[in-house]
Ligand binder design. Structure first.
Ligand code: SAM
Ligand code: SF4
Ligand code: F3S
Length: 446
């Protein structure tokens, strides 16, 4: 009988990348991917621990699965990702339906785990940190992703220990993959049709691959990628302000494929809160990076993450954050109410009143939205360079992104997929732009 697997992904882009790699591993072990949850032999939840809500979703999903399979043979249930790493044994005790928990550094073991479960051997907890073994194994396996815009994880883990964040505990300490294996993976993805590579890391700009003679930083990697002929765009995320080094900023002077857009989480615009968060930079330092980058690349756009209602946040602290937002004019941003995470230093601090947190989030988000809308409106009647990613389901429209990552829905032709084309912008909403390929009418008439 054919064996198949269903995989659901929560959390960040690194989890998305991991899910693709897990899929590659399992396919090699003879399983086929299915989107039909009603009829699967293996159910994988790749989880996120960043906020409590994300964690609870895992238990809800398994509860729903149990109901679906009440009168059927139970599928193998694997929980991977950051909740598996953080809760490991606790998770197995709380939910007996789970067959194994597998942390982010142990995915190379999945085929063996499946075999053992099928042979009724007891295998439950795989949450050791062995990032070298993980990438050694994955490097031998082709990345089968064939998207126009493809991710490559280049760096794992975090040594920064912000006081609110679980990532250093779930992903371990910083590790950088070798330059050679990243370039090889990029070349393989480009052969598969990728035109844009997005380099990923919890602290992507802390990338530092050391050989006997040289330290390779993110700037070296970007310059190597730039040499690959058929690659059109290079991006990287997520960056920490303290790792925005001169060499990296200088790439914006001459690496044409490097998009003039950067996701640079500020978290707060108040020096007092940044200190309490252990972010180790000031608002002045953050603003000076933005200024320097805009001097080098005047069309540079930025996005950010903000945490609202951090313990001890006063009205003045909050106003400083609003002020920073107005000064930078972010093209797009993510914002969250502070969420207490067990085991982090900030979890012992007294919380800001919940109503006040919500009120501040609404104020902050409406300022971000106002700026975003204004920027989107400014693009109407302009022509934007768009990398055409795919044709949209159930619609005769195409999807792509501008250099600043704004989604664009437009009329074009099938052969435009994978090309950078000029799109005339005719309309917009909060998040997206709408338009048509320049000269499309002439092309159709000809
Ligand atoms: N490494 C990135 C950085 O330094 O900005 C952040 C990675 S984290 C996976 C993504 C975002 O989740 C953070 O930028 C932060 O805004 C948010 N986040 C992390 N912990 C949080 C918490 N306890 N409560 C609310 N938001 C949180
Ligand atoms: Fe979390 Fe801070 Fe590390 Fe980002 S830098 S992953 S926010 S600890
Ligand atoms: Fe979540 Fe882990 Fe990513 S906690 S945001 S999946 S690194």
């Amino acid at each position: 009988m054919e064996k198949n697997f269903f995989i659901k992904t929560f959390g960040c882009q690194m989890n998305e990348y991991d899910s693709n790699r897990i899929s590659d591993l399992i396919k090699k072990a003879g399983y086929k991917k299915t989107n039909n949850l009603e009829n699967t032999n293996c159910y994988i939840l790749n989880t996120c621990h960043i906020r409590e809500k994300a964690t609870e979703k895992v238990y809800h999903d398994i509860g729903r699965l149990k109901k679906k399979y009440k009168n059927k043979k139970k599928p193998i249930v694997l929980v991977t990702g950051c909740v598996a790493q953080a809760e490991n044994d606790e998770m197995l005790k709380r939910e007996k339906y789970i067959d194994a928990v597998i942390g982010p550094q142990s995915y190379q073991n999945i085929p063996k785990i499946l075999l053992d479960i099928n042979n009724k051997k007891t295998v439950l907890n795989f949450t050791d940190f062995d990032v070298i073994e993980k990438f050694d194994k994955l490097n031998t396996l082709e990345n089968s992703n064939s998207k126009t815009s493809s991710f490559i994880t280049i760096q794992e883990g975090c040594d920064k220990f912000c006081n609110f964040c679980v990532v250093p505990y779930t992903r371990g300490s910083e590790y950088s993959r070798s330059l050679e294996e990243i370039i090889n993976e990029a070349k393989a993805l480009i052969l598969n049709g990728a035109k844009e590579i997005v380099l990923l890391g919890q602290n992507v700009n802390a990338y530092n691959y050391k050989t006997k003679n040289k330290n390779f930083r993110l700037s070296h990697l970007i310059r190597e990628l730039d040499k690959i002929k058929d690659l059109k765009r290079i991006r990287y995320t997520t960056s920490h302000p303290n790792d925005m080094t001169e060499d990296l900023i200088n790439c914006y002077k001459d690496v044409k494929k490097l998009m003039p857009f950067l996701h640079l989480p500020a978290q707060s615009g108040s020096n007092a809160i940044l200190k309490k968060m252990n972010r180790k930079y000031t608002r002045e330092k953050y603003l000076s990076i933005i200024k320097k980058m805009r001097e080098i690349m005047p069309i540079m756009e930025f996005s950010s993450d903000f945490i609202v209602g951090y313990p001890g946040e006063t009205e003045k602290d909050f106003e400083d954050t609003l002020d920073l937002i107005s000064k930078v004019n972010f093209v797009n941003s993510y914002s969250f109410i502070y969420n207490k995470r067990p085991g982090t230093p900030a979890s012992n601090l007294e919380s800001v009143d919940q109503k006040l947190q919500k009120k501040r989030l609404i104020i902050l988000q409406s300022l971000l939205e106002k700026i975003q809308r204004k920027k989107n409106n400014k693009n109407i009647s302009r022509s934007k360079k768009v990398l055409v990613e795919n044709i949209m389901k159930n619609e005769n429209k195409f999807f792509g992104r501008t250099f600043e990552l704004t989604p664009v829905v437009f009329d074009a032709k099938k052969e435009d997929i994978g090309k950078i084309i000029d799109v005339e912008i005719t309309g917009c909403n909060q998040n997206s732009l709408f338009g048509f390929k320049k000269d499309l009418k002439k092309e159709v008439a000809a």
